[in-house]
Design a protein around this ligand. Structure first.
Ligand code: SF4
Ligand code: SF4
Ligand code: SF4
Length: 304
């Protein structure tokens, strides 16, 4: 994506997110501001405001269609799904769950789940054939042609997001890829476009953080005083607001602030042959895997 197209899609941020400064250089590094190292591009992100979510599941339906996923057993208008706590699957890259509201039992809280698009993603650092890759704009995308099915990404993800198509004869890893092909065309992610409540807001990560802090500051009774994703595992592209502590809505609050790749770097740098031999071996296995007749259909049109 060139700079002009990036500015175009970052500028699509809805609501009060202007994204006017998208594309400006951030300081090099991977702080909470979220720029890629040495990049002039800001990371994009999403702000999920669970106080606004009504559980309509329009985001699920839009994601299903944008990624050409199979139709679910229960229709997207069914509330039966809320009886169980759901996880993402190879056929559902995002799911909305319902939680009891300790402040007001008559008003349940709805919170969606999908890839958090970490600033420093454990999944991508664990994938030695670079099938999962962080793009300069922030999304972590999947290249099925490179994937050799080791599933290290699934082990490395602190949010248990990548799912494997165990039932498929030609299995691939599946997860939200931030509608990267839509972003490249200057379009919003399908789920953000579909949300009727503005509960899923697209923009640059920096501006979304500012917006999240502004909401907490101006409505302290409405919001729990924390932006989830600001610091967790080094910061994530998807940020959350909630009226209650985040563990009440199924979010992990024990992950710490250290990026996952830093936990493994000591081992990797201490064993140089990992870099020399292991990628070569994995790349060779991946090549053989492709030659076994994979049709390369690891995902919908959103996948690279
Ligand atoms: S949430 Fe998991 S799959 Fe998504 S970027 Fe982070 S480590 Fe990777
Ligand atoms: S960004 Fe795209 S792939 Fe990710 S949950 Fe939203 S619609 Fe699905
Ligand atoms: S579309 Fe928006 S309001 Fe509806 S369930 Fe998804 S996030 Fe909530």
């Amino acid at each position: 994506m060139n700079r002009r197209n990036f500015l175009k899609f970052a500028g699509l941020a809805g609501g009060t997110i202007a994204a006017a400064t998208a594309g400006k250089a951030l300081a090099a590094g991977t702080g909470s501001g979220g720029g890629a190292v040495g990049s002039e591009t800001e990371f994009v992100g999403m702000l999920v405001d669970t106080t606004k979510c009504i559980g309509c599941r329009s985001c699920e339906e839009a994601c299903n269609q944008a990624n050409n996923l199979p139709a679910p057993k229960e229709s997207f208008s069914s509330e039966e799904v809320f009886k169980l706590r759901r996880d993402t699957t190879p056929e559902a890259f995002t799911v909305v769950n319902r939680y009891e509201n300790p402040k007001d039992p008559s008003k349940p809280i709805f919170a969606r789940k999908q890839c958090m698009h970490c600033n420093q993603p454990g999944c991508a650092s664990a994938c030695l054939v670079r099938a999962l890759e962080k793009k300069p704009e922030g999304p972590i995308v999947y290249n099925k042609e490179r994937c050799m099915g080791c599933r290290y990404c699934m082990i490395a993800c602190p949010f248990d997001i990548p799912k494997y198509e165990y039932q498929s004869a030609t299995p691939f890893v599946k997860k939200c890829i931030f509608c990267y092909s839509r972003l490249k065309k200057g379009e919003k992610p399908a789920c953000a476009e579909a949300c009727p409540e503005g509960a899923t807001l697209f923009g640059t990560r920096r501006e979304l953080l500012e917006e999240a802090r502004r909401r907490i500051y101006t409505e302290p009774d409405r919001y729990h005083n924390k932006v989830y994703g600001e610091h967790e595992v080094g910061g994530t592209g998807w940020l959350y607001l909630s009226s209650v502590p985040f563990e009440k809505i199924g979010m992990k609050t024990n992950l710490g602030t250290t990026p996952l790749p830093e936990h493994t770097s000591g081992f990797l740098f201490g064993v140089p042959h990992v870099f020399v031999l292991w990628p070569t071996l994995l790349a060779g296995l991946a090549y053989m895997n492709r030659d076994k007749g994979d049709d390369g259909q690891g995902g919908g049109k959103g996948h690279e």
